[in-house]
Design a protein around this ligand. Structure first.
Ligand SMILES: *Cc1c(COP(=O)(O)O)cnc(C)c1O
Length: 461
């Protein structure tokens, strides 16, 4: 026992020094796995918790306690989950799952230096936008394109570059809030624009826009209502009708498509969502949309439109603050390339694959899984339920994807939901009408899901 140890008080309930404890053989594998600093931190916590008890110097008990503590700490914070909520593009669960082609491109970009801003032909500096702009132009028919961190950034940058210090006209029916505090009036204020509201919540006419134009007006903006729908006595003005007005009065026409898409969803029997090409063909000057919603790529904000305006946007100082890194650009480029062959999108792009999955295929999967599900929840009322899922992320806010779910009915659903979330790959479902549903539309790895069902124990008890 060292002098320092001896100096500390009652000899029987006194720990050795932290230094000595860190050298205990029972802790060797922990030091190897987690590193000495974290083990020392755990030992300090142990000594604090057990001070004055006989346990404090018990090597094996201490090793077990530290191992538990470190297991929690070493668990990654962002983890893979099964999204069985029925919402395909779930913002809280990371929105789009990337295509294998995009994953491979991102991994390669992470591992090596790349031509991010380098022109191999001339051996000189290049432009990072050049990796995606030609694809965006080809896929939308636009003259020019650029990309930033997300669509919120795309809207902020567009307004800041084209309308700072001036007025922008927006319909009252389109002054939306998207989750996460994206509110059109706030974005306007941050971009330094003055918002001019026209029309009413349910009805806006072309003449309302025309009457609001003044000497300070820079732009008219259309916003996809995304996460809500107005029904009944309604009227909004389509971009096609606003184009002649904007042209005649020398204004920019901006459209925030929100989810937007590069493919015609009708192809797969899904409801129509406006495509970026339709907006460009209608004559909109700048169109913005997300990379990780219906497009099925990494988080990004995409801007397409007239060359002169896109160049002004790309030169704005904020562009530098909002730019994409090489990893996401690589994933985005690979995702856009998949759109060159729309016929194969349904096999290659997980978002389209999930959205286009026939309900009958999902029902068959539910029937395969029900026996194991029922066994794991023996004693509880389990069944296959016909459900309706959502696209999510603001595309068509109404339940409309016919699907099938594994369902548990009865009391104590919160505890059952907790147990599913505590599985090695946490499973996230949805509770409605006294039922816990696991919508199988987005279950791709059926084997991994089934394999962990028997780890749900003590539920029926
Ligand atoms: C989702 C959405 C945004 C925000 O897009 P992010 O890519 O999440 O930044 C902006 N506008 C509309 C209309 C949207 O639907």
């Amino acid at each position: 026992m060292s002098r320092a140890d001896r100096a500390q008080g009652a000899p029987e309930n006194r720990p050795p020094s932290i230094d000595r404890m860190a050298g205990w053989p029972a802790l060797a594998s922990l030091v190897e796995g987690a590193g000495r600093p974290l083990v020392v931190e755990a030992l300090r916590a142990w000594v604090e918790a057990k001070r004055g008890t006989p346990d404090v110097a018990d090597e094996l008990a201490c090793a077990r306690w530290c191992a538990d503590r470190l297991a929690g700490l070493m668990q990654p914070s962002q983890r893979r989950v099964f999204n069985l909520t029925g919402t395909v593009l779930h913002t809280n669960l990371g929105r789009a799952v990337l295509a294998e082609e995009a994953i491979a491109a991102a991994v390669e970009a992470m591992r090596s230096p790349t031509t991010l801003e380098y022109d191999l032909g001339g051996g000189a500096r290049g432009e990072r936008d050049q990796h995606v702009a030609p694809w965006l132009c080809r896929l939308t028919g636009a003259e020019a394109a650029t990309a930033v961190n997300n669509n919120a950034a795309a809207v902020l940058l567009t307004l800041g570059a084209l309308a700072a210090g001036r007025e922008v006209i927006v319909s009252r029916g389109e002054l939306i809030e998207i989750g996460g505090a994206f509110r059109i009036p706030d974005i306007m204020a941050h971009a330094g624009c003055r918002l001019v509201e026209v029309g009413t919540t349910n009805r806006t006419h072309l003449k309302d826009y025309a009457a609001a134009i003044g000497p300070d007006t820079a732009a008219i903006m259309k916003v996809h209502p995304s996460n809500y729908a107005i029904q009944g006595f309604t009227k909004s003005v389509a971009a096609t009708e606003l184009v002649p007005l904007a042209r005649e009065r020398g204004l920019s026409l901006i459209e925030d498509l929100g989810s937007g898409t590069l493919a015609d969803l009708d192809t797969w029997g899904l409801p129509h969502e406006p495509t970026a090409r339709e907006a460009i063909e209608a004559g909109v000057d700048v169109v913005t949309f997300s990379g990780d919603k219906l497009l099925g790529g990494p988080q990004a904000g995409l801007l397409v439109g007239r060359r002169a305006l896109i160049e002004r946007i790309a030169r704005h100082p904020l562009k530098r603050a909002l730019r994409l890194d090489k990893v996401r650009l690589a994933a985005l480029e690979a995702t856009l390339r998949l759109y060159a062959d729309p016929a194969r999108l349904v096999e290659r792009l997980p978002t389209i694959r999930a959205l286009a999955r026939p309900a009958e295929q999902i029902r068959a999967q539910a029937e395969r899984l029900l026996p194991a599900f029922a066994r794991a929840l023996a004693g509880l009322q389990t069944s296959i339920a016909e459900v309706r899922g959502q696209i999510g992320s603001g595309a068509l806010p109404v339940d409309l994807l016919p699907s099938f779910a594994l369902a548990v009915r009865g009391k104590g659903l919160d505890k059952i939901a907790d147990a599913f979330r505590a599985l090695p790959i946490p499973v996230i479902g949805r509770i409605a009408d006294a039922t816990l549903f696991f919508d199988l539309r987005t279950l791709d790895d059926e084997a991994a899901f089934a394999a962990q069902l028997d780890k749900l124990d003590g539920l029926a008890g």
